[in-house]
Write a protein that binds this ligand. Sequence first.
Ligand code: ZN
Length: 298
Amino acid sequence: MNDYLVKAYAFDGMARIYAAKTTNLVNEARKIHGTWPAATAALGRVLTGSVIMGAMYKGDIALTIRIDGGGPIGGIVVTTNANGEVRGYVGNPEVHASTNEDKLAVGYVVGKDGFMHVTKDLKVRDIFTSSSALQTGEIGDDFAYYFVISEQIPSSVGLGVLVKEDNSVMASGGFILQLLPGAQKKTDLVDQIEANIKALLPVSEMIKREYSPERIIEEITKGNHQIVETLPLKWACDCDKDRFARGLLSLGVKELEEMVNENKTIETECHFCRKKYQFEPNEIQKIYEAAKVNIKDV
Ligand code: ZN
């Protein structure tokens, strides 16, 4: 089954709900970065929560989600858009820890001494960032808190990743349920939603049992919903050599001049997909010339 997301309105229009299966894209991330199991789970949860957050928007937007909790993973960065494309990396992929119950210790490797930052580039106005304090470092709680604090939307978030013995990803997915205006006053409804969510299997367990995103929504709403959209999800990095050339240009004339004098091939690497781009001495020379022209223009 390919990765995809389903969006639905639920409880007679009082809530919206998104459910996603992300097993393949999280496994792709694991292969690219060589993450150890707890790091795979942490990155996978952030990739899943982020790609769902992206699906809340329309059109040409870019979201960057950064989580810095002070734990051994050393930070997580994910970017996504409204089209179901997502990519990300962690500071230190080779970290692993389990809890006493033999579960992946995501909260420990992420840490909770820090913030979740969400930067939105809606491509029409200024870029803006909002931040919320991390709650547990377990990611699902941190996304839920972010929605409440930064967007004033009461939300319930479930994110989960299961890793196989061979370190590959067995199951990954998540859901986000958000109350719409007016729902909070209906305490019976809120109680019912809370009870339904409490009765759920862990989301990674549902994906492992091959529950589709539609079935996960069904489990939460008991059938009181209408599906409005289905979106394929995939790992995607849009880096190219031009972007790295602009990065070199931004180093400035002095540093570029040193590089020209060293006369060496420069290798740059994309943090997100680990793709390497080489710049030969003649290319460095061109970038240096361009930097000098820029200075004259000022
Ligand atoms: Zn890349």
